[in-house]
Design a protein around this ligand. Structure first.
Ligand code: 8YV
Length: 312
């Protein structure tokens, strides 16, 4: 018997085809793997994984015949790929299908921060508009200078959108890329000091931990706004909170945090932060495409065909 294991919190639009295609075993999270009978664990050859809880060697060893971890998401930093390699387990992700939505949300958070859309909406809803007149003037976004930290697939989509906003686009990447005249920086502090908006589009994982360091945040200055759609780990969050509280930077738009969803409550007290609940890819259309790609990888694996989007 070979079985597929589905781990994580899926919406019904994913659960229905997962059931129909694989008749799988469902678990809420990786910790529940410990509760599987040995015979069940040994039957599992493929796994659909969704979530950001680490999945490592201990869990893999409970599934001795596992050959595939199909991740629901482009970022697979939760999965210990070295441990998977050591056990001959393939890992797949869901790249590209979510680029547009994540880029849209990054731009949306910039506009929301600059134009104070949450506060302005509250001004209208509370009756202040009728009672006290126009909402306070706020900040122009189009035409300013933006820095993209990490010009990968999503970073490029963000840059393309902001070029249409007549923004002067700068970016950080280790080597210069082929761009329509955007300014390359090989040092994150140099990028941060050159721009008004700094958008983090790095991959997660150990290599990029606290890449947006205290020094990078300090270099942004009092007009600087940090937008993060990557992972909470890429930013020195304690330094960011200090800078937001003291107004050393102007503000932030954050879709990702450390310890999601139990984020640092200091964020809730700040009126200069646009907070989003890690919903970058969270549209009906994109989640359907992510689910399809995850299932297609599992189907290919069971059929012995080439995986569509392998990462190892
Ligand atoms: C999540 C993401 O996968 O693609 C990624 O890397 O962070 C998201 O799309 C999604 O929230 C499901 O956990």
């Amino acid at each position: 018997m070979t079985k597929t294991l589905v781990v994580g919190a899926y919406s019904d639009t994913d659960l229905t085809p997962l059931k129909a295609d694989f008749d799988p075993i469902f678990l809420d999270g990786p910790d529940d793997i410990a509760s599987l009978d040995d015979s069940v664990g040994a039957a599992i050859t493929a796994m659909a994984y969704k979530g950001h809880t680490p999945f490592g060697a201990d869990q893999m060893d409970r599934l001795p015949n596992l050959g595939l971890i199909a991740n629901y998401g482009v970022g697979y930093d939760a999965i210990d790929v070295n441990a998977a390699n050591a056990r001959g387990i393939k890992v797949t992700n869901t790249p590209n299908v979510l680029n547009d939505d994540v880029a849209d949300l990054a731009v949306g958070m910039m506009l929301c921060h600059g134009r104070e859309m949450m506060q302005a909406s509250e001004w209208a809803r509370s009756g202040n508009w009728a009672k006290h007149g126009e909402y306070a003037l706020n900040r122009k976004v189009s035409g300013s200078t933006v820095g993209i930290m990490g010009l990968g697939r999503i970073g490029r989509e963000i840059a393309n959108r902001l070029a249409a906003f007549k923004m002067d686009v700068h970016y950080f990447s280790r080597s210069e890329k082929d761009t329509p005249g955007w300014t390359h920086h090989d040092d994150p502090v140099s990028l941060a000091s050159a721009v008004d908006f700094l958008i983090v589009a790095l991959v997660g994982g150990q290599e990029t931990e606290k890449f947006v360091s205290k020094d990078v945040i300090a270099a942004m200055g009092p007009r600087g706004v940090l937008i993060n759609i990557s992972r909470g780990t890429t930013v020195d969050e304690a330094a960011l909170l200090d800078a937001l509280e003291t107004r050393a930077i102007a503000g932030a738009g954050l879709d990702v945090f450390l310890n999601e969803p139990n984020i640092d409550p200091r964020f809730y007290a700040l009126d200069n932060v646009v907070i989003q609940p890690h919903q970058g890819s969270g549209t009906i259309e994109t989640r359907a495409a992510m689910g399809q790609l995850q299932r297609d990888n599992i189907t290919a694996f069971h059929a012995g065909n080439a995986l569509l989007t392998a990462v190892n």
